[in-house]
Design a protein around this ligand. Structure first.
Ligand code: XMP
Length: 507
């Protein structure tokens, strides 16, 4: 095992019984030939789940549903869909992320010529479809036309009783054979711009529908901005989902795996328990091809048990989150930077290639840089993303015009009241523990998550430039830490000036 300069620093502090966190330490600068724009932020969330930028949005019901997960993956990171909803609903969120970039739909939703527009509209509402275009089949089940939003709009006003067959578009319907590749579909659809070729149904020799390409999705996939997206080998956005424990957790995992979720996150307040270690073992046995990340832990010896159970990634952080009260309520936990550094070193001692995700406590990009330098491969954040447009929940406007969004700890009273998953995570696995371990809060609105992430990308790049590191692993190899005093901490933030509001640092 190769030692890193930081190992002795944290081991020495640990021997003294001292744990340190973000405000306690800073990185030493090094001779550098590296310019921040030239560094690579490529990393991993788990053994086989890549990241183009090392940021992860937390599995919390005020942070990550499909809009956040899509935005996170588009920015190069990953979102973990929370589990404070029914497993079916959670699986639908995963589907929406996986479908976002997928121009090929193997089983498009079809309606019959004899259906009324009204019945199609009802089905759309019941099934919560977010699209308005359906392929239309005749009585023999063969493709006969397309029902588009134009037909809907027309009928919405006065003619919903008409049958689909009378209102659908049937003229310029272009089709292709079932083996049409993405590239062939692109060429075909590009040749015929216009409404009719917004869709390319694939049809076999007998006229049966065998799939569908949509121009909107093909265009999206072809655009150069997608180079920054975090995608799987099929070009779909990468997404994770949190799961619970026991048979229910396993059934939930099965639904998620069916939707091609990239990583399952076993999500517990205390990850070093028999229940969680057993759950990792069972989930890995059932779904060996899907990565499993488990946590949360903050002690080095806990990594051994999770690794023996087969984890592909470990989430480190207990009680350091902005909305957490676990440490005050239960008096447990380890300051975050020490927890990350010691757990990462323990993993290296096992000679296993298991990435650490540092979860909680980050409020500035410099904190993310410190977590990465201490050994994390990724940084999970809740508070930082909760004010973004893509986070769930309405905007709360205060009388003075300030705009906020709700951000609740999953162990807060209200989160536990609205979700059994939160009760399971913080309510002691059904042991009847009912003391809240989190608070309900609000955070300022932040605009699109892409803007939030770009601030963090800029900060981490800058940090890597100061240390002369071109990659995250070089960053970790070069990182040396120094403890700061109270005066040093004061000096490190703006002081003796009045900061103009709304600059990034004041948020
Ligand atoms: P930040 O600091 O990014 O932390 O807001 C997000 C992480 O906090 C954890 N979390 C909780 N921990 N009580 C806790 O002790 C809670 O109510 C709670 N809710 C979330 C979680 O790990 C999340 O990713």
């Amino acid at each position: 095992m190769k030692n890193r300069p930081k190992d002795d620093f944290f081991a020495h502090l640990e021997d003294e019984g001292i744990g340190v966190t973000f405000g306690d330490v800073q990185l030493k600068t090094k001779y550098s030939t590296v310019r921040p724009p030239d560094v690579s932020l490529v990393s991993r969330f788990s053994r086989r789940v890549p990241l183009k930028v090392p940021f992860v949005s937390a599995a919390m019901d005020t942070v990550t549903e499909y809009p956040m997960a899509i935005a996170m993956a588009k920015a190069g990171g990953i979102g973990i869909i929370h589990r404070a909803m029914s497993p079916k609903e959670q699986a639908r969120h995963v589907t929406r992320v996986k479908r976002y970039m997928n121009p090929f739909i193997p089983d498009p939703i079809c309606v019959f010529e004899t259906d009324t527009v009204e019945s199609v509209l009802r089905m759309k509402e019941e099934k919560e479809y977010d699209f308005d275009t359906f392929l239309v089949l005749n009585a023999h089940g063969k493709l006969s036309g397309v029902l588009t939003s134009r037909n809907f709009k027309h009928c919405l006003e006065n003619e919903v009783y008409l049958t689909v067959g009378t209102v659908m578009a049937r003229d310029d319907l272009v089709t292709a054979h079932p083996d049409t590749s993405f590239e062939e579909a692109f060429q075909l659809m590009r040749k015929c711009p216009g409404d009719g070729i917004g869709l390319l149904p694939l049809v076999d020799e007998s006229g049966m529908v065998a799939g569908l390409y949509t121009w909107k999705d093909i265009k999206r996939r072809k655009s150069s901005e997608t180079e920054a997206y975090n995608t799987d080998t099929d070009g779909r956005l990468i997404v994770g989902a949190a799961i619970g424990i026991g048979d229910a957790g396993l059934a939930q995992a099965e639904l998620l795996v069916l939707e091609d979720v990239d990583v399952l996150v076993i999500d517990a307040a205390h990850g070093d328990t028999e229940t969680i270690v057993d759950m990792v073992r069972v989930v890995k046995k059932e779904f060996p091809d899907v990565d499993v990340v488990a946590g949360n832990i903050s002690e080095a010896d806990a990594v051994i048990r999770l690794i023996q159970a087969g984890v592909d990634g470990i989430k480190v952080g207990q009680g350091g989150g902005s909305i957490c009260t676990t440490r005050t309520v239960a008096g447990i936990g380890c300051p975050q930077v020490s927890a990350v550094a010691l757990c990462e070193r323990a993993i290296r001692y096992t000679h296993k290639d298991i990435p650490v995700c540092s979860d909680g406590g980050v409020t500035e990009s410099g904190h993310a840089a410190i977590a990465l330098a201490a050994g994390a491969s990724s940084v999970m954040m809740g508070r930082i993303f909760a004010g973004a447009n893509e986070a769930p929940g309405d905007i709360i406007i205060y009388p003075d015009g300030q705009r906020f969004k709700r951000y609740d700890g999953m162990g807060s009273q209200s989160a536990m009241e609205r979700s059994s998953a939160a009760r399971e995570r913080y309510g002691g696995n059904g042991s009847g523990k009912t003391v809240p371990e989190g608070v309900e809060a609000i955070v300022p609105c932040q605009g699109p998550v892409a803007n939030v992430i770009s601030r963090f990308i800029g900060g981490v790049r800058s940090s890597m430039g100061y240390l002369g590191a071109e990659t995250i692993s070089a960053f970790q190899m070069r990182a040396e830490f120094r403890r700061v005093t109270e005066a040093g901490r004061r000096e490190a933030s703006p002081h003796d000036v009045t900061v103009i509001p709304f600059s990034p640092i004041s948020k």
